[in-house]
Ligand binder design. Structure first.
Ligand code: FAD
Length: 313
């Protein structure tokens, strides 16, 4: 098969058709800003796609006072100006990519975008010259380090922000809706590969209670427009359940990890002391340079960004 060729492309006329096709193995195509480049780079040869952007049920924002429900197919441009969306999330949407990309890119696609690597997200001929890597049928990771470990990283800022917000995801299958935590979506111990979503993501649900003062987030990028984050992290202050329980923090990091995740509670205590953070990041950050900056710099920069986020009122 010619590199970059796709199989079927179906424009779903309604939600039930889209859910059925996803069950048959079609990949949902929303804004296409992640999926189409992967197809044209020859990373998904022969894949069949179902276009879901025109389905109204998954393109709505609803707020019932207790929870905020964001349709997976709402674009980041629309989210960034929606009056029901909290300011911290509107601002985070505006920090993603560029204005042009945000008019197509959707919330669901952002959370489900594939892990990236500077050796993987390259044209077929470029990759062929280097030889296949772990993700493309080869035996070693081209980024170096432990050769048999893939070092690609999922670089979603909104994943970090929504993990800190304790968001839930609703997936649809022909058996009905299933709701899971965003945290459980991302594999903790698996090497990066394309995520197997458990159905069609219909909406992202943000609980209104629990975090005081919204989510504070920080990113490190080379430029403020277009570039993917080298580090993306977010912090939520959790209200104490009673006056006897101490306040706590939820701290989430996406880039440069293989998958976004919450940091262990030991570094999310309320002491404001982050001396243990760089040490903790040593075990979870990549040991080889996978992006623009080397691992030691990234660990130090993450600790600085976290302090900055925590101290910002
Ligand atoms: C130049 C550039 C810069 C970028 N910079 C940033 C950045 O700074 N920060 C950041 O966070 N992101 C960044 N991104 C990533 C961007 O935000 C994502 O590409 C975008 O949000 C994906 O949304 P989409 O609608 O285009 O998804 P698509 O490309 O259509 O889909 C992406 C993936 O999600 C799956 N998917 C989509 N919708 C659903 C659904 N409803 N149910 C199940 N699966 C689904 C698709 O099958 C596919 O695997 C950048 C992208 C580009 C191209």
């Amino acid at each position: 098969m010619k590199p970059g060729a796709i199989g079927n492309l179906v424009v779903a006329t309604d939600l039930a058709e889209a859910v059925g096709l996803v069950e048959e193995g079609f990949l949902p195509l929303a804004g296409g800003t992640d999926l189409i480049p992967r197809c044209t780079l020859g990373l998904l040869d022969g894949v069949s796609l179902v276009h879901i952007s025109g389905i109204p049920e998954i393109a709505m924002v609803a707020c019932d006072g207790e929870t905020l429900s964001l349709g997976s197919a709402v674009t980041l441009a629309d989210l960034s100006v929606h009056p029901s969306v909290p300011a911290w999330l509107r601002a985070a949407c505006l920090r993603v990519a560029s204005a042009g990309i945000r008019t197509a890119a959707t919330l669901g696609g952002n959370l489900l975008q594939a892990p990236r690597c500077r050796f993987l997200n390259r044209p077929f001929f470029w990759r062929s010259a280097h030889g296949a890597c772990l993700r493309t049928g080869g035996a070693i990771c081209r980024a170096g380090g432990d050769a048999d470990e893939c070092h690609a990283s999922q670089r979603s800022l909104l994943a970090a922000v929504l993990l800190a917000a304790d968001a839930r995801l609703e997936f649809l299958t022909s058996r009905g809706p299933t709701t899971i935590t965003l945290e459980s979506l991302y594999p903790r111990d698996l090497a990066p590969a394309d995520l197997q979503a458990p159905g069609l993501l219909s909406r992202v649900i943000i609980p209104n209670s629990g975090s005081k003062g919204g989510i504070r987030w920080e990113v490190l990028t080379r430029r403020t427009s277009i570039d993917y984050p080298e580090i993306a992290l977010a912090v939520a202050e959790i209200s104490p359940v009673s006056k006897h329980t101490p306040p706590a923090r939820r701290i989430a990091v996406s880039a440069p990890l293989p998958w976004p995740r919450l940091l262990p509670p030991t570094i999310s205590d309320s002491s404001g002391d982050f001396t243990d953070l760089e040490e903790a990041l040593t075990t979870i950050f990549p040991s080889v340079q996978t992006g623009l900056y080397d691992p030691a710099y990234l660990r130090h920069a993450a600790a600085v960004l976290l302090q900055r986020a925590v101290r910002r009122s």
